[in-house]
Design a protein around this ligand. Structure first.
Ligand code: FAD
Length: 408
């Protein structure tokens, strides 16, 4: 009997993990892992944090040691882009002129940084942060005598702001909403984070609309705001979100909704031979009875496990509580769940101590928790979210009551 051939398109966190887990789960057939970047799968989170600050080297970003792929009989092909998916022939046309046939295809093409369609975006010094190549460019632009303008006050932008301050650069964050992290968190956390950054010397321009980038000799020199105001800078990093790389799936007729629509096995709802995992997938989240696309490492790993389990005929792994993290200065933010339909916000601990947690509740159920230097609140918060168990708000609010007791 011929062994099942698995083709993985996209050699990022999700694709690299899927290849490894397939072997771990005993898949014996061929695995081809195709990626358009020049290096094997690596971790992106340090690009805005430890790596940018120079605390870790490039080698430490690798998901697996370089020899891992050959040792595990994984045919990793760098610098190769998948151009077209032909479902009727079960093959993918690749940019090196070859085609790759599959029995099971895993789409792990991730997402790309959103572009601001404004004048001056082609100037040197206007950067994004998605790949190691982007990160190299950004790092070269930072230093004590430089000013960095960060467009977008989301997690990645704020991490870059903190790292740039650590490198001695002046930093101004430009945000179109009236508060930071407006799409993802509550006002209490936005205010706390802004205050923390201000104490570290970051300047903010909120409610600002950016008209374009101004350049001198082809290099960015400022950001043009409404009414002719220009914020001078030596470099810009644009961090306004990401778009899923779903084009080859959509062109091949797979159902997409800002992400390839998949089921609880990470399998496309249109074609049972195809899976989509990580940032490119629009997936069910049963604890909220919703579909959503997530951009986080835990999500990439969870879905890689789902796809590998389905392909190797293993039971579906138990559902996990979604979570992610962000490091800024000495703050460790850990975020579990989503505040969908929350009707109450409860703060445990004192924000003035920079060790507290914000719980979002729907009735007596915890929907999400944002923990700042508060790992116990984060850990138990995850358990409460996943368990859908009602909690005592009186206990939850009182830091003198242990999280263990809150959870019982
Ligand atoms: P990616 O890692 O984007 O990998 C997709 C790969 O597919 C890429 O290499 C891409 O080039 C390739 N590709 C795309 N199209 C094709 C094609 N047609 N052919 C071949 N290859 C293709 N998450 C957290 O949980 N915590 C954090 O602190 C955190 N920090 C982050 C900081 C930064 C700067 C960034 C950019 C992301 C951060 N994330 C963080 C998000 C996390 O890195 C992503 O959720 C994760 O990388 C998703 O993995 P993925 O494999 O789905 O996508």
């Amino acid at each position: 009997m011929r062994l099942t051939r698995v083709l993985i398109v996209g050699a990022g966190h999700a694709g690299g993990t899927a290849a490894a887990v397939l072997r771990q789960y005993g898949h014996e057939g061929p695995i081809v892992l195709v990626g358009e970047e020049p290096i094997p799968p690596y971790q992106r989170p340090p690009l805005s944090k430890a790596w940018l600050k120079g605390e870790v080297d490039a080698g430490s970003l690798a998901l697996k040691p370089p020899e891992f792929y050959a040792e595990n009989n994984i045919d990793f092909r760098a610098n190769v882009r998948a151009l077209k998916l032909r479902r009727s022939n079960r093959l993918v046309v690749l940019s090196d002129g070859s085609v790759a046939e599959y029995d099971r295809l895993i789409l792990a093409t991730g997402a790309r940084a959103m572009v601001l369609p404004i004048k001056g975006r082609e100037l040197k010094g206007v950067t994004f942060l998605r790949t190691t190549a982007d990160a190299d460019q950004l790092k070269a632009a930072l230093g004590p005598d430089k000013t960095l303008a960060v467009v977008g006050g989301g997690y990645v932008g704020l991490e870059v702001a903190a790292s740039a301050r650590a490198l001695g650069a002046q930093v101004v964050v430009l945000e179109k909403e009236d508060r930071l992290l407006a799409r993802v968190t509550c006002k209490a956390l936005s205010d706390f984070v802004q205050g923390y950054h201000e104490r570290h010397g970051v300047n903010f321009e909120l409610r600002c609309s950016i008209l374009g980038f101004k350049g001198v000799d082809g290099h960015v020199a400022g950001v043009e705001l409404a009414y002719g105001r220009v914020v001078p800078c030596d470099a810009v990093v644009v961090g306004i979100g990401a778009d899923p790389n779903e084009e080859i799936a959509r062109d091949a007729g797979l159902e997409c909704a800002r992400g390839v629509v998949v089921d609880l096995d990470a399998r496309s709802v249109t074609d049972h031979n195809i899976f989509a995992i990580g940032d490119v997938a629009h997936r069910p989240m049963p604890i909220y009875d919703r579909m959503l696309r997530m951009e986080s490492v835990p999500n990439a790993v969870e879905q890689a496990n789902q796809a590998a389990a389905a392909i190797t005929g293993r039971p579906r792994p138990p559902g996990e509580c979604p979570w992610q993290w962000s490091d800024q200065y000495d703050l460790k933010l850990q975020i579990a769940g989503y505040a969908f339909d929350a009707d109450e916000i409860l703060v445990r601990g004192d924000p003035a101590t920079a060790k507290f947690a914000i719980f979002h509740l729907k009735g007596n159920q915890v929907q999400s928790v944002e923990a700042i230097n508060a790992p116990l609140e984060f850990m138990m918060g995850k358990t409460l979210i996943l368990g859908r168990k009602p909690v005592s708000k009186t206990k939850l609010r009182d830091p003198a009551v242990s999280m263990k007791e809150v959870g019982t």
